[in-house]
Design a protein around this ligand. Structure first.
Ligand SMILES: [Zn+2]
Ligand SMILES: [Zn+2]
Ligand SMILES: [Zn+2]
Length: 254
């Protein structure tokens, strides 16, 4: 199983348009953050987490060309607006992509991407060909791969993270209940959101993410969904052992 972290930026990306701060001016490629997403290659299938606004560029930058299924965490724009670019894949390989998520997330997608369900457009292959699967908070399978949703709070909504084998991916969380934390026992790698230094009403800040990581106690935690508050090399030096900031293009072998 191999994971590539495709994007690690918060909703506006880093650098932020017009910003001249130290991170936005940084020459370090690890300070260039496209919007948050990852791809998991497992059992010969490519499972994408979210279709970020930067999905097309992420596929090109990482030399990727195929997706078999998408796991959506939630419906916010930074996590979904690349969906139309699945079209290039469904056309080229003449296939349907399986889309999984909470029912309320997929209902929002059905509204935002209403044209994707237009029979005329489907016939002319001018939309991505997708099949939606509404999921409750229970283990399910995509092909032969077992996927465990992890339900987390994101401000006042509930969204999904996902666990596959010894890997879990949680973004945009602001709180996690005990019974969901219990699903994260025995992890090798946890990817978790850590927005910035100061607290935020709908996302963990750096300190909260560190506390969650310590309570889950995986072998390694990578932090994602980062703002320009967090300059890569300087912040990394301050983090406890086993916790690091993720960066775009990071590859994790499991
Ligand atoms: Zn987000
Ligand atoms: Zn900045
Ligand atoms: Zn969000």
């Amino acid at each position: 199983m191999k994971v590539i972290i495709l994007g690690t930026g918060t909703s506006q990306g880093v650098p932020v348009i017009g910003c001249r701060c130290e991170t936005c001016n940084s020459k370090n490629p690890k300070d260039k953050r496209t919007r948050t997403s990852a791809i998991i290659n497992v059992n010969n299938s490519n499972i994408l987490i979210d279709t970020s606004v930067d999905f097309r560029q992420q596929m090109l930058s990482n030399n990727l060309n195929d997706i078999d299924s998408v796991l959506y965490t939630h419906h916010h724009v930074d996590h979904i607006f690349g969906m139309d670019d699945l079209r290039q894949i469904t056309q080229r390989f003449d296939k349907k992509i399986d889309i999984y998520g909470r029912k309320d997330t997929l209902d929002e997608l059905r509204i935002t991407f209403r044209y994707v369900f237009d029979k005329q457009l489907i016939r002319h292959n001018s939309v991505p060909i997708v099949k939606f699967h509404d999921k409750s908070n229970r283990k399910f399978r995509s092909g032969v791969t077992e996927i465990m949703p992890i339900e987390v709070h994101h401000g006042n909504i509930k969204i999904f993270g996902y666990r596959i084998n010894d890997f879990a991916y949680i973004t945009d969380a602001s709180a996690i209940d005990e019974k969901e934390l219990a699903k994260l026992k025995g992890l090798k790698v946890l990817v978790l959101n850590a927005l910035r230094i100061r607290p935020h009403p709908t996302h963990f800040n750096l300190q909260q993410a560190i506390e969650i990581s310590k309570s889950v106690n995986p072998e390694k935690t990578y932090l994602t969904h980062l703002t320009h508050d967090l300059i890569h090399d300087k912040i990394n030096q301050t983090l406890p052992k086993g916790i690091e900031l993720a960066y775009d293009g990071l590859e994790i072998d499991l």
